[in-house]
Design a protein around this ligand. Structure first.
Ligand SMILES: [Zn+2]
Length: 914
């Protein structure tokens, strides 16, 4: 879900608008304060430097250096590298300032500056400098004592279509991997830089053909367009490419002809609308004009104006993304296709990738102190993060922090105060290190910050929200208010990708509110403290076992009970409840303890030594389960929402949500997933553990009912895509039920079939081994496969490929022949794709009694001889609902199930449980 904010290239502080980015906003205004004499003195220095840049004279930059500077060579190299001829305008803006420690107060500072220089011919450069300036005592003038260029984007261009050249096109073809645009005839205009042509607008009646190679992407294209390949008429296209790639993408005849004013007007309108959406740079107060970058070599983008319902479609090839091909519909923010190119597959060797692959550093410990005012949605914090560099060498660190929060200061142990810069339009802060640090170096950063940060409480993390407004209204009217800060809130400075770390959270909240957070509550929690705003409560939470991210919820909560779950590593369970839920609370303590007991028995471990359940009012059931705590929604009796038809509404299993959320302590919590494709390892395993708890706590018929619901929902949504699509299941349809039916339910049944395929013994040993090997790390499907292969001795390649990476469902038909001598010959045909599937075959006797047999199918036709103890009336497949199959109604065998459950589109969405 994070794709929309992904950005391959960040020039210190400036967000580059990548192909998939949709919006950016100006940097928050600097807090206004009366200028001091230091401000005035530095402003004069910047003005002199701006003049020197316009003059293009290194000597003029050097004229502003301090006579006392001891690093003349460095300064001279800096001046040589920054001054260029033909500059017409220069703008310098100070972004951060810190006093130099060795100097007397008010006489020396280090600054982070953003610098913009415009040159003749519509070119420009954006740079980031770190400079040291000192005030010369004799004349009071500020001069440079050191300077370094940290980054530069030199290739900015003010692009425009050449209005004097119009081309008649014949049989123009535009090609990129899996994409072809053809224009039998039309007109084209181009935009060039001094390096060559980089943009084109083509107008004419043409056609677009997009045929994604991966089968999985074709399932999504079918949902989007009705066909597994897209062939649509188009009226125009806007293209961006690096000049050296031009001929790789564009072929055909272009003949220059006289310019037609009306065509030029049309082309310019298209250009003006599309140029700013990609390869741009957000310069805010450095320049109000629109500047573009030349796409990196190998990158390609086209905005295709289709005729009809799809509107404009954007195809991007972006080398900066792990999955470097995408097709999306900007207007509706939908990713139609996202996958790895053939070329990238060759170099990487696998479709799988980890979001950690590109991480510059790894955080091992967080110490978070924050005062949170839930009514004003205000947070003031100070966080220390201990991190170790993973990249070969880094000079800047990117830290995630909600964009609405101001950074007051960043300091590092042994380095003093560091300069920091906000990336515009993103939840990112760039921290400039005073020197490059190399792989293996560990440093501690302390960040102070604060501001307004709305919670995620009445918000949905789910992709689709059909009745958002109605839900919000009902929430506001009936539920106890709560403020939730969790994994997408960026409420504390953190690594760009989720990252297992230990921590200490010291959270201060108003009196009469309670705070539940990741971590074991310290004894004596909370401590009453007084402040100018009245009495406050301070809570301390210890995260001694690594967690993927930390969360907190603040609401009116009362302690409703607690219990101890014994095991090799005991767990303390405590329940905190909104006032209306207090009665529920006592019962939930016992249920939670029973659930944990079963999970601990299956895995032989508890990943976290305490679990706090927060029972909160909500119009809909659901929950959220960060490490050490679970938020469990308690539906309000008067809710106007019904969820009976939802894939995760299980009649006769009221503990389902609790069991699912608690399982996330193990799966999704202690065992993480390495990319969006692998989310089934969180949701599917949590769902299967809820099924394991049902097996041990409910009678057999009710368990069969639950499995039936899993099967019917999973088969009825099966054609919406394979499990490996992760969040993209239901994304195009904006239907969260698809996600729950497949990522939750199908995944759970796939694990159940895996258990039947390898046997209970191999399965439970595999499960334990997988958990033990993966605790506090992020994994992918291959790790799951390997663990079960090792414990079972079976090759499970086809099993995982078929069930996780394809959208196929076996269609089975059985026929039989009763033979003499007390047996029956059964033939089972896989009418659809042949998969590895274990299925129960029941011999039904004339008396109505039945014998069940497990048969493992891996061929198109399977013949088995089953014992029969009496006259046989028929055979039945999947009577116990343990296989994800569709039984075809053949003429011979009698079947009971097989019809995919029909789904009504008018059912409101269920809150996604996470
Ligand atoms: Zn979940």
């Amino acid at each position: 879900m994070a794709r929309w904010s992904s950005c391959a290239l960040v020039v210190l502080g400036l967000a580059v608008v990548s192909g998939a980015s949709v919006s950016a906003q100006a940097a928050p205004a600097q807090p206004a304060a009366a200028p001091t004499s230091v401000d005035t003195g530095l402003a004069a220095l910047y003005a002199r430097l701006e003049q020197a840049l316009v003059a293009g004279e290194p000597s003029q930059i050097l004229a502003s250096t301090s006579a006392a500077a001891t690093n003349g060579d460095r300064l001279s190299a800096f001046a040589q590298s920054q001054a260029f001829a033909r500059a017409v305008r220069a703008v310098i803006r100070e972004r951060d300032r810190a006093p130099l420690e060795e100097a007397a107060e008010g006489t020396a500072y280090r600054m982070l500056l953003e610098v913009f220089v415009e040159y003749e011919g519509g070119r420009a450069a954006a740079r980031t400098w770190s400079i040291d300036a000192t005030r010369t005592p004799a004349d009071g003038v500020w001069r440079l004592s050191d300077a370094e260029a940290l980054s530069s984007a030199d290739g900015l261009n003010r692009l425009a279509l050449n209005p004097n050249r119009q081309f008649r096109v014949r049989d123009l073809a535009v090609r990129a991997e899996d994409l072809q645009l053809t224009f039998p005839s039309g007109v084209a205009y181009v935009a060039s830089t001094q390096d060559g042509e980089t943009a084109m607008v083509v107008i004419g009646d043409g056609a677009m053909q997009f045929t994604p190679t991966p089968a999985m992407e074709r399932t999504q294209l079918r949902i989007f367009s009705g066909e597994t390949e897209l062939r649509v008429p188009i009226g125009a296209a806007f293209l961006r490419y690096h000049p050296v790639d031009r001929d790789d993408h564009i072929s055909g005849t272009l003949t220059e002809e006289p310019v037609s004013a009306s065509n030029l007007r049309k082309a310019q309108a298209i250009f003006d609308e599309e140029i700013g959406k990609s390869f741009g740079i957000e310069l805010a107060d450095l320049s109000r004009e629109r500047w573009s970058l030349i796409p990196p070599v190998g990158d390609f983008l086209t905005e295709v104006r289709t005729k009809g319902r799809f509107g404009t479609l954007t195809y991007v090839r972006s080398g900066g993304e792990a999955e470097d091909i995408s097709l999306f519909q900007r207007a509706r923010r939908r990713n139609v296709a996202v996958y790895t190119s053939a070329q990238r597959l060759k170099t990487r060797g696998s479709r799988e990738f980890s979001e950690d692959d590109e991480a510059d550093y790894d955080v091992s410990h967080y110490s978070i102190g924050a005062t949170i005012d839930p009514d004003r949605q205000q947070i003031e914090g100070r966080t220390e993060m201990r991190l170790t560099v993973r990249a070969t060498a880094v000079g800047t660190l990117t830290i995630k922090l909600a964009e609405s929060l101001n950074v007051y200061g960043v300091a590092a142990e042994g380095m003093g105060r560091l300069l920091a810069l906000r990336v515009r339009g993103q939840n990112s802060v760039l921290v400039n290190l005073p020197r490059t640090i190399v792989r293996g170096t560990t440093i501690s950063l302390t960040i102070t910050y604060g501001g307004r940060l709305p919670g995620a409480s009445a918000d949905r993390e789910a992709v689709a929200v059909l009745q958002d407004v109605a839900y919000q209204e009902e929430f506001a009217h009936s539920a106890e208010p709560r403020l939730l800060y969790s994994n997408r809130s960026y409420w504390y400075p953190q690594a760009p990708v989720t990252d297992y770390a230990t921590g200490v959270l010291r959270l201060t909240v108003p009196d009469k509110r309670a705070c539940v957070a990741s971590g074991t509550p310290a004894s004596g929690n909370p401590v009453r403290v007084s402040s100018t705003r009245g009495p406050l409560l301070r809570y301390v939470f210890l995260v001694n076992q690594p967690a993927r991210y930390f969360s907190t919820v603040i609401s009116r909560l009362d302690q409703a009970g607690d219990a101890e779950v014994k095991g090799s590593s005991p767990v303390t369970v405590a329940v905190q409840a909104n006032p209306r839920q207090r009665g529920n609370g006592r019962r939930k303590v016992a249920e939670a303890a029973a659930i944990l007991d079963v999970y601990g028995d299956v895995l032989g471990d508890f990943p976290y030594p305490s679990l706090t359940l927060a029972l909160v009012d909500d119009p809909l059931p659901g929950g959220h389960s960060p490490a050490y705590f679970a938020l469990v929604n308690q539906p309000l009796p008067a809710t106007k929402f019904t969820w009976a038809n939802d894939p995760v509404a299980f009649d006769g299993y009221p503990q389902f949500f609790l069991a699912h959320e608690i399982a996330h302590q193990f799966w999704g919590g202690a065992v993480g997933w390495e990319s969006y494709h692998e989310q089934w390892i969180s949701e599917g395993f949590a769902q299967y553990f809820a099924l394991l708890y049902a097996e041990r706590s409910l009678d057999a018929d009710r368990v069969t009912d639950i499995r039936r619901k899993l099967r019917t929902t999973a088969t009825s949504y099966a054609d919406q895509g394979p499990i490996w699509l992760g969040y993209r299941l239901g994304h195009l349809q904006e239907d969260g039920r698809v996600f729950r039916a497949l990522l939750y339910n199908k995944s759970a049944l796939v694990l159940h079939m895996l258990r039947r395929w390898v046997g209970d013994d191999g399965f439970f040993r595999g499960l334990r081994a997988l958990y033990a090997q993966s605790r506090y790390t992020k994994i992918g499907t291959r790790h799951v496969q390997r663990a079960f292969e090792t414990e079972s001795g079976l090759d499970l390649t086809r099993f995982f490929e078929g069930w996780i990476r394809t959208a196929d469902t076996p269609r089975l038909r059985a026929s039989f022949e009763a033979s003499s001598g007390g047996s029956v010959s059964v033939r089972i045909d896989q009418l659809g794709p042949v998969m590895d599937v274990p299925v129960t075959v029941s011999v039904i006797y004339a008396s109505g009694a039945a014998d069940d047999h497990l048969v493992k199918l891996s061929q198109g036709s399977t013949f088995v001889q089953l014992p029969a103890s009496g006259p046989v009336r028929g055979v039945e497949l999947n009577r116990d609902e343990q296989a994800l199959i569709v039984v075809e109604r053949g003429p011979a065998p009698r079947t009971r199930n097989g019809d995919p459950m029909s789904s009504s589109k008018s059912v409101p969405q269920l809150k996604r449980s996470n």
